[in-house]
Design a protein around this ligand. Structure first.
Ligand code: FAD
Length: 487
């Protein structure tokens, strides 16, 4: 093959703590939300330490949230793409299942690895889990590198004078912009190679198994992450190609996206946004690269677009910085006064919303787009979420859960953060009296009805809503006013 770099795994004697001199040439890259070779600090650290073995764990830990169905579909294909990219360098991608606190040390022992590197996670319980893995590895004399890659700014570097995080977006964004520019992206490692010896048994297999395309595909398939009966992923396959290469193709189109972005991005009837959210979610692209490329992509007259686009990237940062200090953001109201809210519990209304059968055309179009493609335009996300929470009066957690399962970009920061933003229970949230009128929104942002027509047949658009939209809005306002003012 076209393997790059030397194959000797020669160590230059730079390791201060090489207790296992004979085997110190292998470094494990623990792959998480960083499914790429470019601008990957953990991969660079591993490649510098020696021959690389990549590891992905299906974390069957009792704590933490299992990826939703659409995310599992994406992960399956993105891991397959990553394994193929790594194979060209002779680097095996090992798939394991279980609790990382035992899996990582076990695999390190099996390989005789001296180094482990990963890109940092910011949310609990994963952060604590990683800390536990670090201490177990260090106890065993293995170096663990915990690298920064998922965010442009580390959460503890953007704080108010009292050391706590910002709760208001505009102040947060201002603070980010007054900090040093995010670092420039790194290239791929220039010397990347796998272990010469491929007979070591790892996760019950010989390393060779993990280098072999068929063996890898079988192991990946055994995770059961693809839908079978029924196979609902046809629309996802039609819209998306997971993996770093496809992500880069999209990144190259950014300058076209910027042409008219300031207006078109609000319009679900136009293809006006970058569609980079799943790429950032799974780390097929680094935020640093997207940040810097956005400036490079700006042509004449599109500097306003870059500013707006970077503001969007900072919303992602804001959500994640909040998530870093709010471990239960997906289940608990950020503002406790909302704990007292008298939500309606109506499984039938919830199902109608999920299936795009509310009789409100823009809402139904959004929910059908979501089901079909794993994506929904941001404007329509706000409208559908507002409708569930402020017209159907269902608790925001139910909508968050549905999005978690069906969005290809569902993540543990942005999804609950934005749901709480719409519900009014979050930081810098939409005020409670801001209830989107889905008809007015359709007139403004889908003026020709092209978006709705794409997803909802004309005759269905005329069925009429399952609830009285105006009355439900009044009921919601009354309830919101009550929790606001206290009992
Ligand atoms: P662009 O307009 O091209 O924006 C560029 C990037 O900025 C996006 O890729 C994304 O990473 C980031 N971004 C933009 N808007 C937001 C935002 N409001 N919050 C956080 N990041 C943002 N986004 C997710 O990535 N994952 C989610 O699980 C998610 N859930 C959402 C739930 C609700 C109820 C709402 C209202 C919004 C949610 N969003 C989520 C935010 C937003 O809708 C998507 O990021 C955006 O639609 C992705 O499209 P794009 O990449 O074309 O965006």
């Amino acid at each position: 093959g076209d393997q790059t770099g030397d194959q000797t795994g020669d160590q230059t004697g730079e390791q201060p703590t090489a207790e296992r001199d004979d085997q110190s040439g292998i470094a494990l890259w623990w792959v998480r939300d960083d499914l790429r070779l470019a601008d990957n600090p953990a991969l660079l650290a591993a490649a510098q330490a020696g021959a690389v073995v990549a590891l992905h764990i299906d974390e069957a830990v009792p704590v933490g949230r299992r990826p939703g169905a659409a995310s599992r579909w994406w992960l399956h294909h993105s891991l397959a793409a990553l394994a193929a990219d790594l194979r060209r360098y002779g680097v095996p991608l090992v798939l394991a299942t279980g609790d990382p606190r035992t899996v990582v040390p076990e695999i390190v022992r099996g390989l005789g690895a001296s180094h482990v590197a990963w890109n940092r996670r910011y949310h609990r319980p994963h952060r604590d889990l990683d800390a536990a893995v670090t201490s177990r590895l260090r106890d065993g004399g293995v170096a663990a590198a915990d690298c920064a890659a998922f965010l442009l700014h580390e959460p503890w570097t953007v704080t108010k004078d009292d050391g706590t995080g910002y709760k208001v977006y505009s102040a947060f964004a201002r603070a980010c912009r007054s900090r040093p520019e995010p670092r420039e992206p790194h290239a791929r490692p220039d010397a990347l190679y796998g272990p010469e010896q491929t007979t070591a048994v790892v996760a019950g297999h010989r390393l060779r198994t993990w280098l072999d395309a068929e063996g890898f595909a079988a192991a990946l398939g055994a995770r059961g992450w693809l839908p079978t009966a029924p196979d609902w992923a046809g629309g996802l396959r039609a819209m998306w190609t997971p993996g770093e290469q496809a992500a880069r193709v999209r990144l190259d189109e950014l300058s076209e996206v910027f042409d008219g972005y300031d207006e078109a991005r609000e319009r679900p009837d136009r293809d006006g946004t970058s569609l980079l959210s799943p790429r950032l979610r799974f780390g097929e692209l680094s935020p640093h690269e997207v940040w810097h490329r956005s400036l490079a992509a700006a042509g004449e007259g599109t500097s306003a677009a870059v500013q707006i686009f970077r503001d969007e990237l900072l919303w992602r940062e804001f959500a994640w910085h909040r998530r870093a200090v709010l471990p239960r953001m997906d289940t608990e109201n950020i503002r406790p006064e909302f704990d007292d809210f008298a939500w309606d519990d109506d499984p039938e209304a919830l199902r109608a919303w999920q299936q795009g059968r509310t009789g409100v055309p823009l809402v139904d179009a959004g929910m059908r787009e979501l089901w079909e493609t794993g994506f929904m335009h941001n404007r329509v996300r706000m409208v559908t979420a507002s409708f569930l929470v402020k017209n159907l009066l269902q608790q925001w957690t139910k909508g968050e859960q549905w999005f978690w399962d069906t969005l290809v970009d569902a993540d543990e920061g942005s999804n609950p953060f934005n749901w709480q933003w719409v519900a009014g229970s979050g930081d810098d949230a939409a005020p409670y009296f801001r209830i989107f009128n889905p008809y007015r929104q359709a007139e403004r942002f889908d003026p020709d009805g092209a978006y709705v027509d794409r997803w909802v047949p004309r005759e269905e658009q005329r069925t009429g809503p399952i609830i009285d939209v105006a009355q439900s809005r009044r009921d919601a306002l009354a309830e919101y006013r009550r929790v606001k003012n206290g009992p």
